[in-house]
Design a protein around this ligand. Structure first.
Ligand code: NAD
Ligand code: IPM
Ligand code: MN
Length: 365
């Protein structure tokens, strides 16, 4: 039986990079390598324009039913003035929450060919392979109350609530430690326990989990120092586990170690189903809709295609095909092909479609 993919291209460059995924799926299906049936929905600003909501109930139901969701990007200045609950980003947050995608894996890998494309020196980033494990369904993103109150004296009061319970910290730390076992066997847990109660609990639970993984080295790090160390000496890190907000910020910083935000893929995973072992999953590049370059056909599709490689690996067990796709990406970079965001030495750059086509050609070779 065909496996179902629900595609949500979203806004801006989301539609441009998703087109390259669709070409890839058409090819793997035609080759008999996969048997994917795809459906497409609207999320973000385009969904607001069509339905007055950042995602429709119909598309939510399809996302819940699919074997995997492939997500582009949402947002843009066109929707700056829409009501807060209907803003484009609300569609993505609802998907994460309703699908219970608590574990967001954000790998920052510096491809050898791109060591000179980073804003940092080659020796700092060459060989870099770190994994940020970001908690995705809790913390200040979802905590209540979350409101602006008019105090009536010309002043307003805004509140966001940072809240974590033990089980939320425990399960994300276990994901981080389990993954660390398969790679560098080191976990840093980043929080602000020096100023936040949620940080105190985070650290307590992280230490308790660490005790179950004697074979994995564990270190606490304050999140601000973590940001600094990511720029100073990123190769000291293997796995970094952190909360929703710090994970958002630290992963954008880590992206630049790899050359560009356009390089960073991610996988957002739920817990394995007790009966089937299958987990809900959404695959999304770390970057946004890039309004400054949207519509120009110059966005880097690699973060999106590498996110799809993770779908092949984590949701469908197609490890060999995922490896081949990642090797094809490394291959075209090795040949010197570059989109504008990773261009070096005034080299000629190519657009989104050419990059997608080059990766597909390499995969087929
Ligand atoms: P952004 O990630 O869209 O862009 C930041 C910078 O990186 C821009 O200069 C952009 O051109 C560049 N960039 C990003 N992806 C690129 C790619 N694939 N190729 C080449 N260059 C790329 O962040 P922003 O400008 O702060 O946000 C724009 C909108 O996107 C906002 O509405 C924001 O909320 C939204 N956003 C959405 C997601 C998501 O859907 N997952 C993630 C981040 C931001
Ligand atoms: C990300 C984005 C989102 C986040 C926004 C668009 C809601 O920045 O996925 O990194 O803050 O999580
Ligand atoms: Mn972000």
């Amino acid at each position: 039986m065909a496996q179902t993919l629900f595609l949500l291209p979203g806004d801006g460059i989301g539609t441009e990079i998703m087109a390259e995924v669709e070409k890839l799926i058409a090819w793997t299906n035609a080759q008999g390598l996969t048997d994917f049936s795809t459906d497409r929905g609207l999320v973000g600003g385009c969904a607001y324009d069509a339905y007055g909501e950042a995602i429709s109930e119909d598309d939510m139901a399809k996302a819940l039913a699919a074997d995997a969701v492939i997500f582009g990007a949402v947002g843009g200045p066109k929707w700056d003035k829409v009501p807060y609950e209907k803003r484009p980003e609300a569609g993505l947050l609802r998907l994460r929450k309703d699908l219970q995608l608590f574990a967001n894996l954000r790998p920052a890998i510096c491809y050898p060919a791109l060591a000179d494309a980073s804003a940092l020196k080659r020796e700092i980033v060459e060989g870099l392979d770190i994994l940020i494990v970001r908690e995705l369904t809790g913390g200040v993103y979802f905590g209540e109350p979350k409101e602006i109150t008019d105090l009536g004296n010309g002043q307003k009061r805004a509140v966001d609530t940072q809240v974590y319970e033990t089980y939320e910290i425990d399960r994300i730390c276990r994901v981080a430690f389990d993954l660390a076992r398969t790679r560098g066997k080191k976990v840093h847990s980043a929080d602000k326990k020096n100023v936040m109660k949620s940080g105190v609990l985070w650290d307590e639970v992280a230490h308790a989990v660490a005790a179950d993984y004697a074979d994995v080295k564990f270190e606490h790090i304050l999140a601000d120092n973590c940001a600094m160390q990511l720029v100073r000496n990123p190769k000291q890190f293997d796995v970094i586990v952190t909360d929703n907000l710090f994970g958002d910020i630290l992963s954008d910083a880590a992206a630049m170690l790899t050359g560009s935000l356009g390089m960073l893929p991610s996988a957002s995973l739920g817990a394995p189903d007790k009966a089937t072992g299958k987990r809900k999953a959404l695959y999304e590049p770390v970057h946004g809709s890039a309004p400054d370059i949207a519509g120009k056909g110059i966005a880097n599709p690699i973060a999106m295609l590498a996110s799809f490689a993770r779908a092949l690996r984590y949701s469908f067990g197609m490890v060999e095909l995922a490896n081949r796709l990642e090797a094809a990406i490394a291959g075209v970079l090795g040949e010197g092909l570059r989109t504008g965001d990773i261009a070096q030495d005034n080299r000629k750059t190519i657009g989104t479609e050419e990059m997608g086509a080059a990766i597909l050609r390499k995969l087929a070779a």
